[in-house]
Design a protein around this ligand. Structure first.
Ligand SMILES: Nc1ncnc2c1ncn2[C@@H]1O[C@H](COP(=O)(O)OP(=O)(O)O)[C@@H](O)[C@H]1O
Ligand SMILES: [Mg+2]
Length: 232
């Protein structure tokens, strides 16, 4: 569904991605894991054609309309209400406005539809940004740090939405620096350090390979072993 082959990206003379290769299959939840500055957002920007790589290739097996994107900055219209924020996009996509209400419902924001974004909590904003990303029922969803800065309860809500979307047939590509989240949600992960993938595979498989499997897979210690660094 998504492929990157030997991608290299430089900003000026600084190489931020070196030889990045991975593949995401249909209906997988794929997690790109790494600390701040590792190159996660740059990979999403290349996959969604917002940035050009210097060499290598990438492909996505759906048309652009069938992809949804939630960036690390939510880009919501703060003076508009929740429902108005979604209606703007329903209009752009040419889909019925009842889809806006459906999306709000799926993220648990019914009741807040008339509230202006400026009056929402951080968790509610994040859920609204999520609703906007899934409004047109995309087949592939890119989520850049979808739970960063959220309390555990709100993050759990987002995890459930992600799992439901996958049940309904979506392929999900997410970035995170939360190893526990990755183990819980992802079928496959790639550990990214300074623009290089140092390990990839199913979390349990990676942890077994590195003898980091006590009661649960311990990706954190694999990351430290591979890079000498803590992911936080
Ligand atoms: N537009 C840009 N110009 C120059 N350097 C950039 C630009 N965007 C990102 N970088 C650099 O690329 C590296 C990777 O950034 P990024 O992909 O945002 O990492 P992450 O999302 O993992 O935190 C960082 O060192 C960052 O400073
Ligand atoms: Mg980022």
């Amino acid at each position: 569904m998504i492929k990157m082959n030997n991608i290299v990206k430089r900003f000026d003379n600084h190489t931020v991605l070196s030889d990045v290769t991975f593949e995401v299959k249909e209906k997988e939840i794929f997690g790109l894991l790494g600390p701040s500055g590792a190159g996660k957002t740059t990979i999403i920007n290349i996959l969604t054609n917002q940035l050009k790589s210097d060499s290598g290739s990438h492909e996505i097996n759906v048309i652009p309309f069938e992809t949804g994107l939630m960036l690390d900055e939510d880009g919501l219209y703060v003076r508009l209400s929740c429902i108005e924020n979604l209606d703007v996009f329903a209009c752009i996509y040419g889909i019925p406005r009842k889809k806006s209400m459906e999306a709000l419902k799926s993220v648990g924001l019914i009741g807040a539809e008339k509230k202006p974004v400026s009056a929402l909590s951080r968790g509610m904003r994040q859920r609204l940004a999520f609703a906007r990303a899934i409004l047109h029922s995309p087949k592939i969803l890119f989520l850049d740090e979808p739970t960063s800065g959220l309390d555990p309860g709100t993050a759990q809500g987002i995890h459930e939405i992600i799992q439901n979307l996958r049940k309904n047939g979506a392929t999900i590509f997410l970035t995170t620096h939360n190893m526990e989240e990755a183990v819980k949600l992802c079928d496959k992960v790639a550990l990214l350090h300074k623009g290089r993938i140092v390990e990839q595979g199913a979390p349990a498989e990676i942890c077994e390979r590195h003898h980091a499997f006590k009661t649960v897979p311990d990706l954190e210690s694999v990351f430290i072993k591979m890079t000498g660094m803590d992911v936080q």
